[in-house]
Design a protein around this ligand. Structure first.
Ligand SMILES: [Zn+2]
Ligand SMILES: [Zn+2]
Length: 331
């Protein structure tokens, strides 16, 4: 099979590898669609958890090609998506329902081979039946799970007034999720006009390209989906007294976010973050299947495995309006 391997930071090679053999309790998945995520960009740049060499890819869907011994829920031909996080279920965090902070955490496409290959072996417990859902939509199960975890953390009040900063692929999922969770008014800001107008077409009441046009002290909830510390630090300005802030975007490690401390106290603000997901895959699939959340318009590129590096670099540079880049390892 063909697999794209990050040999070391900034170096990707497509190699011919032997077909992996599923261990007991594992299935072999033929990968049909595999989304590039910001995490893959970080692994490519050498800034993240991964060890090298690694086959990346943790947002993917495909078909069961072979079921290992002791697999009970799946058979050859089933259409599936994969939840990449593999908690041990046996550490102090797992035992306290904080599997996203598992002390022995493993993840498909980060610590073990991922979906940027024609085939990959994954444990049965990480596999979800997608039924008739198109593979490209199934590949959104993982990012959408993370978004749903963030929305659960935020616990929005019905009819809230919400400001969302950032309309990349994750921002556009958050936008739709915030509406489902009861936002009555949704204002979106993205400095890229194409992204701002896509936000409008996906249901924003107002979309703007300049933060300085936003009303201060006005929103029940402010959600950052940029991960840019300069933007994150502005969230406090726009939140009304008693309001909540969700810092969802992933900032670069090592950067300091400076904010004036007094308004946090004086406005009684609640500042939240969100880390990966916590058993949100079923919810994510339910929303994709019911079209409660739409993702087809979020795919901007479809590329073969050989062009993974180009796909990662186009996200890195952010010149053109890039949304989700899908790699199609089996054409
Ligand atoms: Zn991801
Ligand atoms: Zn654990």
């Amino acid at each position: 099979m063909k697999a794209a391997i990050i040999l070391q930071p900034k170096q990707i090679e497509v190699q011919e590898l032997p077909l992996p053999e599923p261990a007991p309790g594992e299935v072999l998945v033929r990968v049909m669609a595999s989304g590039i995520c910001g995490t893959d960009v970080h692994i490519f740049q050498g800034e993240y958890l991964g060890s090298y060499p690694i086959i990346p890819g943790h947002e993917f869907a495909g078909v069961i090609e072979q079921a290992g011994r002791a697999v009970t829920r799946f058979k050859v031909g089933d259409r599936v998506a994969v939840e990449p996080n593999l908690p041990c279920d046996n550490c102090v965090n797992c035992l306290n329902n904080r599997q996203n902070f598992c002390l022995n955490w493993q993840a498909v496409g980060v610590t073990r081979p991922g979906g940027m290959a024609q085939y990959v072996c994954v444990p049965e417990k990480a596999v979800f039946d997608i039924g008739e859902l198109p593979f490209e939509q199934g590949a959104f199960m993982e990012p959408l799970s993370c978004v749903l975890h963030g929305l659960e953390r935020l616990d929005l009040k019905v009819a809230a007034r919400v400001l969302l900063l950032g309309a990349g692929p994750i921002g556009l999922l958050l936008l739709q999720g915030l509406r489902l969770r009861g936002a009555a008014e949704l204002v979106v800001v993205d400095k890229n006009p194409d992204r701002a107008s896509l936000a409008q077409s996906l249901g924003a009441d107002r979309s703007l390209t300049n933060l300085d046009e936003i009303e201060r002290d006005a929103f029940d909830a402010v959600v950052d989906a940029t991960g840019a510390v300069a933007v994150m630090s502005r969230t406090l300005d726009f939140t009304r007294p008693g309001g909540k802030i969700l810092l969802f975007g992933v900032p670069p490690a090592g950067q300091i976010m400076s904010v004036e401390a007094f308004p946090i106290f004086h406005k009684g603000l609640t500042i939240l973050s969100s880390y990966t997901s916590l058993r949100n895959s079923y919810q994510a699939l339910g929303l994709l299947q019911s079209e409660g959340i739409r993702v087809d318009g979020l795919i901007s590129h479809r590329l073969p495995l050989e062009e993974l590096q180009r796909g990662i670099e186009s996200i890195e540079k952010g010149r053109e309006p890039v949304y989700k880049v899908m790699i199609l390892p089996n054409g």
